[in-house]
Design a protein around this ligand. Structure first.
Ligand SMILES: Nc1ncnc2c1ncn2[C@@H]1O[C@H](COP(=O)(O)OP(=O)(O)OP(=O)(O)O)[C@@H](O)[C@H]1O
Length: 712
């Protein structure tokens, strides 16, 4: 039932273990949870690898609790040391044999992923990453006659961008590239060569300081990014001209979270959306792998692309699902456990990276040999020169020749010193295995390691045996049972039927729950799909109405899908040499008006005008030049008369009544209206006589029309 190969834990035997190992760790109730009177709903059966979660909202017996089985489970009291020795140590041992390994911690925010991966400062509290450093370096210390080159990289994926945590100020961009033999690699990432566990610890701490964290309701120091610590160990035995390479990815994922619980708003909400999106694409990859789908959506996020080898590829992988025990977190805990359960059926194909002929360690060694030979050659030459010099000194009387030789000798020495320094620097990067350790210590270390491996092996075997016993018990008890009477047999069968019925009900419940989750997911996908379709339609409308068709087809011709960046890119148009910041219209180098285009087409000799240089024809008169019109006395009298009558009627404003009102008004009102209109008409006529319309501007048509528009 479990995916662990229990015959042995030794690295070579682990080769046959192809499944992703899944372990679950439950943290203790936090102080805040205790203060809020939350209770634990999680029961851990470590010896069987079983976890039972009681449903605080259960309405029926079937909903009462859920049971899951994993490769190993760790309760609130589990120590960092036990978890490391039992599950991670064999994996790191495999990496030291030349395999790729990956450990990733997944779970709701605040459930102990960072605690498990990094841990605290005390020796007891040390997490997986620093413990792996110790294991690697004690292995190196024991391996006499082997040369090692150990390097680390540390990056985070924050808001779908990769950032180098060891070179945080670097402005270089980091892309994902597929490289033959290497899998998916990140470009421009700093690789730090280490000579000791201390060096590695320092790199980890530097990176942690640079990592993006923030406070949420669920966790005061919440990691807002997915952090990936990569260790590469190149190993070369004796004078062999090939090497083994072990790579270990240690991943602390950002926590999955529900917006309502974390209280995220603004930037925190944006972060949360990206985190949840990347985690859901990880879920989709796990689901597709578990279902043996033809298409695995690795390309949906940077995280899944980076974990491509660890999930379904060339790697031995352990997933740690972290959960919290509080009743308040029941839903999230179940989601994490389902996720983890699915990951159990992922099959990997780990193969040893051996007989590698193009590694950095090989190049380094070649360079060291070249420098050594060069130094030797130069030192021999210098020796001969100095002897010659001594002989010639005796017979020569030319002082200048002597000086010249001395200078050359000095230069030669300086050159040798320079080469020696370079050699030392290169040699410092490499580590000689088994160098600084006394044999007795070496032996003790080895024994201790063997004991640890044996204990871990036994524990795993015990879990698997327990699980197998439980499975077989169902079928075998009946065979073992000797019934004294028929009634006894009936009672036994009734009991068995009841048990099986309970099992059936819980499976039915699980199917129902899964169906609900599926419907919810489907609804979310449909909403996202509708939104995307709307956006697309909007973009099409904009393109159809505002982008000239020739421009559209030009861009379509230039657009290409880039497999590496997983995005559409627009190629440079080699037919045009255009400054990139200039607007382009009508395929002309300069922006010109429609009027000019029309003129150029209809009148071949017309010189196109640059609309930006075009001078507007100013109106002959401006508002500043305004002089009020002089009104002829009859009109003035008429207007005064109207105003006076309006005032008598209680109106101060001259306003034309609407037609509907006019229609219903009395004849005297109509007369009055007629007079109004006539008076105003003559007022306008007089005005027009006094102030004729200004001469129309002579700007080109397009410019002119906008001018007229403004005037009107
Ligand atoms: N097994 C454990 N034993 C004791 N304390 C724990 C354990 N696991 C977690 N904690 C404590 O719980 C708190 C939250 O843990 P941690 O920061 O590791 O959570 P996380 O899952 O990494 O959260 P996020 O996803 O928000 O980064 C910390 O104070 C940590 O010390």
């Amino acid at each position: 039932m479990t995916s662990v190969n229990t015959s042995s834990n030794s690295p070579d035997k682990l080769t046959s273990n192809e499944s992703v190992q899944v372990i679950v760790r439950c943290r203790p109730l936090s102080l805040k949870e205790v203060q809020q009177d939350y209770r634990s709903v999680v029961k851990i059966y470590s010896n069987r690898g079983v976890i039972e979660v009681e449903n605080p909202k259960a309405r029926t017996e079937n909903e009462r609790s859920k049971i899951f089985t994993y490769d190993a489970v760790y309760d609130e009291q589990s120590t960092q040391q036990a978890l490391y020795d039992e599950t991670i140590r064999p994996l790191v041992a495999s990496v030291l044999e030349g395999y790729n390994g990956c450990v990733f911690a997944y779970g709701q925010t605040g459930t102990g992923k960072t605690y498990t991966m990094e841990g605290g400062d005390d020796i007891e509290e040390m997490g997986i990453i620093p413990r792996a450093f110790d294991q690697i370096w004690s292995h190196i210390a024991r391996k006499t006659g082997v040369e090692f080159l150990v390097s680390v990289r540390y990056m985070e994926i924050y808001m779908e961008e990769i950032r180098d945590l060891l070179r945080i100020k670097s402005t270089k961009t980091h892309e994902l590239r597929e490289q033959t033999g290497e899998g998916v690699v990140v470009t421009n990432l700093h690789s730090h060569t280490c000579q000791s566990a201390k060096d590695m610890l320092k790199a980890m701490k530097t990176g942690n300081i640079n990592r993006t964290t923030g406070a949420t309701n669920m966790n005061e120091h919440s990691s807002r990014s997915h952090a990936i610590f990569q260790i590469k160990i190149e190993m070369m035995e004796g004078d062999s001209k090939s090497m083994k390479v072990g790579k270990l990815n240690l991943v602390d994922l950002a926590g999955s979270e529900r917006q309502s619980k974390t209280g995220a708003t603004g930037d925190r909400l944006k972060e949360a959306t990206k985190i949840n999106k990347a985690l859901s694409s990880l879920g989709n990859v796990i689901y597709a792998l578990a279902e043996n789908s033809a298409h695995i959506p690795y390309r949906d996020s940077k995280l899944t692309r980076l974990l491509q080898d660890s999930l379904g590829g060339n790697s031995k992988t352990i997933m740690i699902a972290n959960i919290g025990p509080a009743n308040d977190n029941y839903d999230e805990t179940i989601i994490t456990l389902r996720y983890a359960y699915r990951a159990k059926s992922i099959k990997n194909k780990p193969t040893k990276n051996e007989d590698i002929k193009n590694g950095k360690l090989l190049l380094l060694q070649q360079e060291i040999e070249r420098l050594k030979a060069l130094i030797m050659e130069k030192s021999n030459g210098a020796e001969i020169n100095s002897l010659d010099g001594e002989e010639e000194d005796a017979g020569s009387d030319s002082e200048s020749e002597g000086f010249e030789k001395e200078r050359k000798l000095e230069e030669g020495k300086m050159e040798i010193d320079e080469l020696a320094k370079k050699l030392k620097a290169l040699e410092k990067q490499m580590v000689h295995g088994g160098k600084d350790i006394v044999d007795s210590v070496n032996e003790n270390e080895l024994k201790l390691e063997q004991h640890r491996t044996e204990i871990a092996e036994r524990k795993k075997r015990e879990i698997e045996m327990q699980q197998r016993i439980e499975e077989e018990e169902e079928t075998c008890t009946e065979l073992r049972q000797v019934f004294a009477s028929l009634q006894q047999q009936v009672d036994f069968k009734k009991e068995k039927l009841k048990r099986l019925n309970n099992k059936l009900q819980s499976i039915r419940q699980e199917i129902k729950d899964n169906h609900e989750v599926y419907l919810k997911d489907r609804q979310e996908i449909e909403t996202a799909n509708d939104e995307a379709a709307m956006n697309l339609r909007q973009s099409f409308l904009i393109i159809d109405n505002f982008v000239p068709s020739e421009e559209k087809s030009r861009i379509i011709n230039l657009a290409q899908f880039d497999e590496d960046s997983d995005n559409w890119v627009v190629k440079k148009d080699s037919t045009k040499i255009l400054p990139s910041d200039r607007p382009i219209a009508h395929n002309y180098r300069r922006p010109i008006s429609d009027y000019a285009v029309h003129q150029a087409q209809t009148q071949p000799k017309y010189r196109s005008e640059n609309i930006l240089d075009l001078k507007l024809d100013m109106p002959l008169r401006t508002t500043q030049d305004y002089t009020p019109p002089s009104i002829c006395p009859q009109i003035k009298a008429l207007v005064n008369d109207v105003i006076k009558r309006e005032m008598d009627n209680g109106h101060l404003v001259i306003r034309l009544p609407p037609h509907s009102v006019l229609g219903r008004s009395s004849s005297s009102k109509l007369d009055q209206e007629g007079k109004y209109k006539q008076a105003l008409k003559s007022l306008v006529d007089v005005n027009s006589l006094k102030n004729p319309t200004p001469t129309k501007p002579t700007a080109p048509r397009s410019a002119r029309s906008s001018y007229q528009l403004k005037q009107s």
